[in-house]
Write a protein that binds this ligand. Structure first.
Ligand code: ZN
Length: 271
C-alpha cells in the first residue's frame, strides 16, 4: 500500500523518536492510538540554520500535522496511485496544513521561555510586504528568542493566512481595502468572519514542548492569550511585540488597535 511516508522509513523514524504523535493535551501517544480526535503527528527535530537580515539563528524545526488530516491525505493518495493520478498528488499534499515549530534552546531547561505563535502570511513573511507587519514580527521574534536566556520557540501556523480566510480571499480583501474598507470590514464584505483562526493545535504543541511551565507570549493581541487560556494554558505573560510599523501599514495597525490589539497611538506613530 502506498503511504505518504514509506512504511519502512516511517518505522525507522519512529524508532529514532523523530516521528511521533501527541494528543490534545500534549502527551505522547503510541502510533496505534494516534487516531484519537485532534492528535498531531510530528516530524523532527530537523536542524535548520536560518539567515535573517544578516543574522544567523540555529533552530530545530518540527513539522506538525493533524493526524486525521494526514490519514485522509494518505487514503486519497492511495486511491490516486491506483488510478495513476500521481499528477494530482502535489495539489493534494500542498493543501495539507502543516504547522511548524522552530525551537531555540533546550526545553528541558525552560522555566519561562519566550514564545511567538505566528500566523502564516505569504505576502508579509515571504514577499516582505509592508501592508502588514508580519515579516518583521516573525524575524524579530526569532531574534529575541535567540538572545533570550531561556530560549523558546516560534509556532508557525500554516493555515492562518489572512486571519484564517486563505490567500485568495485575502487578495480580495486587499482590493476592498484599497477602495476604503478597513481589514475587518473587508472580511465582512466577503461574508467572512473577522478572525477565524483556530489556535487549538498551537495549544497542544505548547503543552507538549513547554509542559506546565509558565511562558511569555510575544503578541499585541489579548484575544490570542484568552484563546490559549480557554484551552488550558493559564500561565501566560503577554509581552508586547511592536515592530515593522511603517507609513504603509499604519491604517492596518489602526484597525487592529480599534479591534482590541494593545497598540497605543504612540506605538504606531499616529499619536
Ligand atoms: Zn501579514
Amino acid at each position: 500500500m502506498f503511504t505518504y511516508i514509506d512504511p519502512a522509513v516511517r518505522q525507522k523514524l519512529e524508532e529514532q523518536g523523530k516521528l511521533f504523535q501527541i494528543d490534545r493535551d500534549g502527551h505522547r501517544v503510541a502510533a496505534v492510538n494516534a487516531g484519537t480526535r485532534g492528535s498531531i503527528s510530528i516530524l523532527g527535530p530537523i536542524p535548520m540554520p536560518l539567515k535573517l537580515c544578516e543574522q544567523r539563528v540555529d533552530v530545530a524545526w518540527y513539522a506538525c500535522v493533524r493526524h486525521t488530516e494526514l490519514s485522509k491525505i494518505e487514503e486519497i493518495a492511495d486511491e490516486l496511485r491506483q488510478q495513476n493520478g500521481q499528477a494530482a498528488f502535489a495539489t493534494l499534499a500542498s493543501s495539507m496544513a502543516v504547522n511548524s515549530v522552530l525551537l531555540i534552546g533546550d526545553p528541558r531547561h525552560w522555566e519561562n521561555p519566550l514564545v511567538r505563535v505566528h500566523s502564516s502570511c505569504m505576502t508579509g513573511d515571504v514577499f516582505g510586504s509592508e501592508r502588514c507587519e508580519c515579516g518583521p514580527q516573525v524575524q524579530s521574534a526569532l531574534n529575541l528568542i535567540k538572545h533570550d536566556e531561556q530560549g523558546g520557540m516560534v509556532i508557525y501556523m500554516s493555515g492562518h493566512e489572512g486571519r484564517g480566510i486563505g490567500l485568495w480571499a485575502k487578495a480580495a480583501t486587499y482590493l476592498l481595502q484599497d477602495a476604503g474598507e478597513d481589514t475587518y470590514e473587508a472580511n465582512r464584505s466577503l461574508g467572512l468572519p473577522d478572525d477565524s483562526r483556530d489556535f487549538s493545535d498551537a495549544a497542544s504543541l505548547l503543552k507538549y514542548f513547554v509542559g506546565d511551565e509558565p511562558f511569555r507570549l510575544l503578541t499585541n493581541n489579548p484575544k490570542k492569550v484568552s484563546d490559549l487560556a480557554d484551552m488550558g494554558l493559564h500561565e501566560i505573560t503577554r509581552v508586547k511585540h511592536v515592530t515593522g510599523v511603517s507609513e504603509k501599514n499604519r491604517r492596518y495597525l489602526d484597525a487592529k488597535r480599534a479591534w482590541g490589539h494593545d497598540l497605543s497611538p504612540e506605538d504606531i506613530g499616529s499619536g
